[in-house]
Design a protein around this ligand. Structure first.
Ligand code: G3H
Ligand code: 13P
Ligand code: ZN
Length: 324
């Protein structure tokens, strides 16, 4: 017997996306792997009154343990209430790579799953995605599909070059699969090295022309943007100053994300920025306090920095603040 996300106090993404589309903002989809990240996401989203998608990759699920995750999500719902404001919270599988994994998440309290068949031939992507949709919809779990390939690492699959989404394919894909949202490729990529540019060189803009054509083909349909970390320079500098080496790390400029958030892009995925902020503050603390070995002492400033960063994104980049 599985457990429904409804019993955990979670919601699926349908209503969130509808409101985001009408209000011209994007829902934050923040990845987490551990307690401190989850606490920070919830605190930031409650304090900014923002709906939120808690995102878990296959690797995160292996790291944290599926049972632990279910109770962490339940704890997150209760924690939000304790902080004084109820916000809509979805628990989403990021880059699901098989029907079996998606099914296991649907059966274990997830309210939304992504099936990433973007590396497959078109017909196979449709077949796999439709199978996941048929299963998930029986339990009112929403499904994200993907067309087009992002450069960088997508779970275990590493793509050298990105393949932009072909607008000619989107209507057929959405119609035949029944997905609730579609992830597209318009020039972003995963990780901290998104563009090969020399210092001072301009970052190539995202392909808003492709996005506009997709919007024209799928009016009012929720679009998802992956690889949307800004790789905040302040954190890269701190990491490099305190013993790290992230030369050449560069992300998507915030003005590009703000523009995307006012379009049909209803969900913006951010993982790397959380990793960078956390690592920067842990490095800084340990560098300055070499005798300290209590994890609470060095994780607390990292968690506080995450709260600050997520609040900034909700208020100034995604526009999701005060929409819950
Ligand atoms: O899109 C990938 C996400 O950033 C998750 O990364 O597989 O290392 O947990 P991960
Ligand atoms: P970033 O690596 O840019 O944070 O992208 C995260 C992502 O797309 C998760 O699915
Ligand atoms: Zn992604």
């Amino acid at each position: 017997m599985g457990i429904s996300y409804k019993e955990l106090g979670l919601v699926n993404t349908r209503e969130m996306f509808k409101k985001a589309m009408e209000g011209k903002y994007a829902i934050p989809a923040y990845n987490f792997n551990n307690l401190e990240q989850l606490q920070a996401i919830i605190q930031a989203c409650v304090e900014t009154r923002s709906p939120v998608i808690l995102q878990v990759s296959k690797g995160a699920r292996q790291y944290a343990n599926a049972t632990m995750l279910r109770y962490m999500a339940m704890g997150a719902v209760e924690y939000a209430k304790e902080l004084g404001y109820e916000i809509p919270i979805a628990l989403h599988l990021d880059h699901g790579d098989s029907f079996e994994l998606c099914k296991a998440c649907v059966d274990n309290g997830f309210s939304s799953v992504m099936i990433d068949g973007s590396h497959l031939p078109f017909e196979e992507n449709i077949e796999l995605t439709r199978k996941v949709v048929e299963y998930a919809h029986q339990f009112d779990v929403t499904v994200e599909g993907e067309l087009g390939v992002l450069a960088g690492i997508e779970e275990d699959v590493q793509a050298e070059k990105s393949h932009y989404t072909n607008p000619d394919e989107v209507e057929e894909f959405v119609e035949r699969t029944g997905v609730d949202s579609l992830a597209i490729s318009i020039g972003t990529s995963h990780g901290a090295y998104k563009f090969k540019v020399k210092p001072g060189e301009p970052i190539p803009p995202l392909r808003f022309d492709i996005l506009e054509e997709i919007e024209r083909r799928l009016p009012g349909f929720p679009i998802v943007l992956h690889g949307a970390s800004s790789v905040i320079p302040e954190y890269v500098e701190l990491i490099n100053k305190y013993g790290g080496n992230l030369e050449g790390a560069v992300g998507v400029p915030e003005d590009q994300l703000r523009k995307a958030a006012t379009s049909a892009v209803c969900k913006i995925n951010i993982d790397s920025d959380g990793r960078l902020a956390f690592t920067a503050k842990v490095r800084e603390f340990l560098w300055n306090n070499p005798k300290e070995f209590d994890p609470r002492k060095y994780l607390k400033p990292a968690r506080e920095e995450l709260v600050k960063m997520y609040k900034h994104k909700n208020i100034n980049v995604l526009g999701s603040a005060y929409k819950a």
